[in-house]
Design a protein. Sequence first.
Length: 308
Amino acid sequence: MLCQKPPMAAELLHPEYPFVSRWLEVTGGWRLHYVEEGSGPPVLFLHGNPTWSFYFRRALAHLGRSFRCIAPDHIGCGLSDQPSPRQYEYSLRRRIEDVEALVEHVAPGQAIALVVHDWGGPIGLGWAARHPERLAALVAMNTAAFPKPATHRLPRSLWLARHTGLGAFLVRRMNWFCQLAARWCVVRRPLPSDVRRMYLLPYRSAAQRWAVLKFVQTIPLRPGDAGFDILQHIVTCFPRWQHVPTLLVWGLADFVFDRTVLEAWQQYLPQAQVRAWPDAGHYLLEDAPEEVLPVLEEFLLRYYQSPS
């Protein structure tokens, strides 16, 4: 069911984010915020950490000319409700369940295209692993949805936040993770002050940063970690998806999802087309939107016009 609109609404926040806010009540009574633009075959955009649907604002406007573009904020992020860990299970499994509820609300029974970034990868492919026949097309940008490659190392900043009390304090109490992401995740040019403000807006207090911390603390790195079994299940589905049109768009200057992760995607989905930018970072759609968006549009127009 749709929930009553809270005071903060998307269309009032920034000229580049003029979309009408919508909310879906998910299990537990929490309000999941999402925006929708355009009409046509449905395309679901799933963000990562510590971003929110604002990251996809230009893609929604650009692709909304030909597609029905839907971008949610995960619970704890953006304009969605921000419960504490005692109230909400901040886990990959629960994230997938929330997306499953949203998909059944906005596109019941339909095949969809996924556009995933960062944590959106395991969440989106986790949904697809439950409904493998409904993945009509995939665009993955600077993300992973499989156990990390043997040669890939977790950056020290993420290790500190994931494993230490000091890191947790810096993330929640000092807003260290959000502040540094707004600086380190772009390479070509700094974020304009108004755009940086939008990335930080949902995470102004420690109580609003539970999702930011939990996303880091729950990265499934090895067997036994919560969510690692989901990554293993996704891997078993890749052979079935080798007929699915796939596009990998990548900022090669990403200090988290580097070239080794991109090469792993190519091994799992050898049919994938690849477009990479050597001088773009983790926030690819901030560093190179003018170059990336036409590539996304061309790919989806060519391969995703008549989903079953």
